[in-house]
Design a binder for this molecule. Structure first.
Ligand SMILES: C[S@@+](CC[C@H](N)C(=O)[O-])C[C@H]1O[C@@H](n2cnc3c(N)ncnc32)[C@H](O)[C@@H]1O
Length: 206
């Protein structure tokens, strides 16, 4: 059994941000999201990490950003680095909001340490939290894997995911329309991280 997400990311802290600083596709997706939202739009950043680049970019663009993360250390770093957004410690598996609370929900890589049943439940919650016309923006490593033990940046973790087509099907099944997707190859800048494929997928609620 690998470390919990809180244990792994409390240990990684800023090293995660440094290793993924070259992930330009993530910045491209954020730039796109900003063009789709109005000033002051409510954005939830799930698994916000250190707040960079996601919450920082979105808050600087005039959006009303709340970040949540299960790692207290990540939330501490985010609060220091991004004073223009709010941050809370929360586990997305137990997090609740009223239907229609958010104009966008961003989830860049917080689903990998969930089971498949938890991934399905999280996607359903995110879809329900979106206001009409709202956007869900997902990033993950697309793969047909369930409860696989891997080492990530030197930390043992247990990961699950789905192939790209399954995410597309899941989002469509939740009534969202996939409007944008890409898979890119990325090599994190860290000796303990292998090259990976990353999926970015955006879907809109009618
Ligand atoms: C791979 S990092 C990505 C951080 C940030 N989204 C980014 O792309 O720069 C994943 C983040 O999701 C958080 N996370 C993992 N499982 C979570 C859960 N169940 N609830 C909330 N956050 C979670 C981790 O603590 C970590 O900060």
């Amino acid at each position: 059994m690998g470390l919990s997400a809180a244990e792994a990311f409390d240990a990684l802290g800023k090293d995660y941000e440094t290793a993924f600083a070259g992930l330009t596709a993530q910045r491209d997706e954020l730039d796109w999201l900003v063009t789709e939202l109005s000033e002051g739009a409510r954005v939830l950043d799930v698994g916000c990490g250190t707040g960079r680049p996601t919450a920082e970019t979105l808050a600087a663009a005039g959006l009303d950003v709340t970040g949540v993360d299960v790692s207290p250390r990540m939330v501490d770093i985010a609060r220091t680095q991004v004073p223009g957004a709010r941050f809370e410690v929360a586990d997305l598996r137990t997090l609740t909001f009223p239907a229609g609370s958010w104009d966008a929900v961003v989830a860049f890589f917080p689903l990998l340490q969930l089971t498949r049943a938890e991934i399905d439940a999280a996607l359903a919650k995110f879809a329900g939290w979106l206001a009409p016309g709202g956007i869900f923006l997902l990033a993950t490593v697309p793969a047909d894997i369930e409860n696989v033990e891997v080492e990530f940046m030197g930390k043992p973790v247990t990961v699950s995911s789905y192939p790209r087509e399954v995410y597309r099907e899941r989002l469509a099944g939740l009534g969202l329309r996939v409007v944008r997707e890409q898979v890119i190859e990325f090599r994190p800048d860290h000796p303990g991280a292998a090259p990976e494929h990353d999926l970015f997928m955006a879907a809109r609620k009618p």
